[in-house]
Design a protein around this ligand. Structure first.
Ligand code: KG4
Length: 341
């Protein structure tokens, strides 16, 4: 039995988890800073690192207590090292160093983006590599060719805003709260589209041919803004939310289709905060069924947002491959950190 600790502090969630054998959750604690940052409509880095520092030790204590384990039972400490806010990453890194130093437990440094994808090991028997890793979050809209643990190749990326960011910005222009995802999803779901009604927003990147796979959401945000200007009275928020989601998700589905065509990889792993969206989950499931693709996404929504369980989970596989680092490991805001160290 291998117990591992996961430490996540890359952005606005402080989280600690203990995972058994890389596939069984023992304990998970997440403290979300959303309320702290919501007046600013985005994450304020300095506030985020201070909040991590305040919470992280108590989350660790609760996690150990709940799991009835001692530090000496842990075989490895996995910590998010990149990408993320450097001040925030340093809080988690320092905690990992302290525990490692006192209890002689090895550290593995985890790529936050990869951890979002690897978390499916907690709910499934792992499918054979390669996978198409589709990451849709507040900071990313990307597709990776995931060849093995610690081995990702970027296939498609966003040119500007990420999908989560688009939700957050459109929510702001509609005068809805931050973060935008959950509230836009709710408003969209109460819209009853009249038969035959056309979308007020154009199809995104329709000029891209089958080989060009990319994301871009800033044009959609602008289209929403111009559409809003056509209303003197209160705008139809439900309708706008509905067509915003529809337009945004159509690009996701189209890009996955192109990626499958291009790479011939038929195992899709989708993850990140936007995967909490039920409409997206059912659209992807339908697409997978129609085209006989193997689709995975986190069933538990807590695994969609940032969490320590995904870190402990990926950490297990890296630890098995002996990817241990010294106490002097670095953290980085860059996502391809492994290529520059
Ligand atoms: O992965 P994540 O928790 O963290 C960061 O990337 O920071 O993603 C957060 C993003 C936010 O932009 C939020 O608006 C979006 O995920 N999100 C959603 C939903 N829940 C969260 N987007 C669409 N529908 C949702 N239900």
């Amino acid at each position: 039995m291998v117990y591992g600790l996961g430490i996540e502090s890359s952005c606005d969630e402080t989280s600690i988890a203990i995972v058994k054998d890389g596939k069984e959750l023992v304990s998970l604690k997440v403290y979300s800073q959303i309320e702290t940052h919501s007046p600013y409509r985005g994450v304020v880095p300095e506030i985020a690192s201070r909040a991590h520092l305040e919470k992280i030790n108590s989350l660790l204590a609760v996690c150990l207590q709940e799991s009835k384990l001692q530090f000496s039972d842990l075989k490895y400490i996995a910590v998010t090292g990149y990408p993320g806010l450097v001040g925030s990453l340093m809080i988690g890194a320092q905690l990992a160093r302290c525990i490692s130093l006192v209890y002689s437990i090895p550290i593995v440094v985890v790529n936050h983006l990869e951890a979002h994808l690897a978390v499916i090991a907690l709910e499934n028997e792992l499918p054979a590599f390669p996978w198409l890793g589709v990451l849709l979050s507040g900071g990313n809209s990307s597709i990776y060719i995931y060849k093995g643990f610690g081995n990702l190749e970027l296939l498609a990326d966003t040119q500007d805003d990420s999908l989560g960011e688009a939700f957050d910005k459109v929510s702001a222009v509609l005068d809805l709260p931050y973060p935008g995802g959950p509230v836009i999803e709710k408003r969209a779901s109460s819209y009853e589209r009249p038969a035959g009604e056309k979308s007020p927003f154009p199809k995104l990147l329709k000029e891209d041919g089958p080989d060009k796979i990319r994301f871009s959401y800033s044009g959609l945000k602008t289209a929403v803004l111009y559409y809003l200007k056509t209303f003197i009275e209160a705008p139809p928020v439900e309708k706008i939310s509905y067509y915003f989601q529809k337009t945004a998700f159509e690009l996701v589905v189209r890009n996955i289709g192109k990626a499958v065509e291009k790479t011939k990889i038929r195992t899709i792993v989708a993850a990140g905060g936007v995967l909490a969206n039920e409409t997206l989950r059912s659209q992807l499931s339908l697409e997978a069924k129609t085209h006989s693709l193997q689709l995975y996404y986190p069933q538990k929504k807590i695994y969609c947002t940032d969490n320590g369980a995904m870190v402990a989970c990926l950490g297990y596989y890296l630890w098995k491959e002996n990817k241990i680092v010294g106490l002097d490991f670095k953290v980085s805001p860059k996502r391809n950190f492994e290529q520059i160290i």
